[in-house]
Design a protein around this ligand. Structure first.
Ligand SMILES: Nc1ncnc2c1ncn2[C@@H]1O[C@H](COP(=O)(O)OP(=O)(O)OP(=O)(O)O)[C@@H](O)[C@H]1O
Ligand SMILES: [Mg+2]
Length: 251
């Protein structure tokens, strides 16, 4: 039977020249959950993501995915297991159309040595899948717009579509609503909830409304360490958490 825990870190630590950015983190993410990772600026959230995707090698500790120790795996191996991230800063190809951006992502998943999409029928299937993905995120009407011409919120939406093209089992979102107005924030919130069906989401998010509305579990990081963990109401009432955030506001 598959375990209830899809991702687990044990004593995960990352030091940058003696500075401890992620410190001895034991985190368990439940399969199917929307799990939020919050904390003040510089708490180590993005670094933690970079460890999960193998952008950084940990100084110490282990990462287990589906119970398998993947700590030593290369980024591509880990991505193939279905751990896929989006970036804190939008990362779409501005000159390519919306359709092309998603198509490139799909082709990347299929692999460069895969001639699959060359056959005309496969190309059709590919386009069918592109349209499906763009439908899912509500970008179907922008098919031929250059990604660079999309308003910011839509760019981030497109970015989510390109990560979904990789069919992540564990989707890592780094501040998906950063820099957005209310309407876009709301749209992204609903989108995250919708795409969480059948997968697990670990997201870094500063917007507490988004966090409280859709997260099942929240982990608070402070100076690289877990400060608190639990459902929103519990974490929000935690005096240590309140102090961490006040402290951040005073800076
Ligand atoms: N490549 C690096 N080299 C040296 N220090 C780094 C590196 N990456 C991150 N850090 C440091 O590690 C700490 C954690 O940074 P990180 O980006 O993980 O924080 P964060 O929680 O994502 O913050 P934010 O909310 O501002 O995005 C910071 O002090 C940062 O300066
Ligand atoms: Mg960050």
């Amino acid at each position: 039977m598959q375990s209830d825990i899809i991702l687990q870190t044990r004593g995960l630590t990352k030091e940058f020249r003696g500075f401890v950015a992620v410190n001895n983190v034991d985190l368990s993410v439940r399969r199917g959950a929307i799990h939020a990772l919050i904390g003040p600026n510089g708490a180590g959230k993005t670094t933690f993501f970079n460890l999960l995707t193998k952008f950084h090698a940990p100084t110490r500790g282990a990462i287990l995915f589906d119970g398998i120790d993947i700590t030593q795996e290369k980024p591509a191996q880990t991505a193939r297991r279905g751990i896929v991230r989006s970036f804190q800063i939008s990362a779409v190809f501005g000159q390519l159309s919306v359709l092309e951006n998603v198509r490139v992502a799909l082709q990347r998943r299929l692999g460069v040595d895969y001639c699959f999409w060359r056959a005309e029928r496969s190309l059709e299937q590919l386009h069918h899948r592109v349209e499906e993905l763009l439908d899912q995120v509500g970008l179907r009407t922008h098919l031929h717009t250059a990604a660079g011409d999309l308003p910011y919120g839509r760019k981030r939406t497109l970015e989510i579509a390109t990560t979904l093209a990789l069919e992540p089992e564990l989707l890592l979102l780094d501040e998906p609503t950063q820099g957005m107005g209310h309407e876009d924030v709301d749209r992204i919130k609903h989108l995250i909830k919708a795409v969480s069906a059948g997968r697990t989401i670990l997201m870094v998010e500063h917007n507490m409304k988004v966090v409280s509305d859709i997260s099942d579990t929240i982990t608070v990081l402070q100076r690289g360490e877990i400060l608190a963990e639990g459902p929103y109401a519990e974490v929000a009432a935690d005096p240590a958490v309140r102090e961490a955030y006040m402290g951040a506001e005073d800076e």
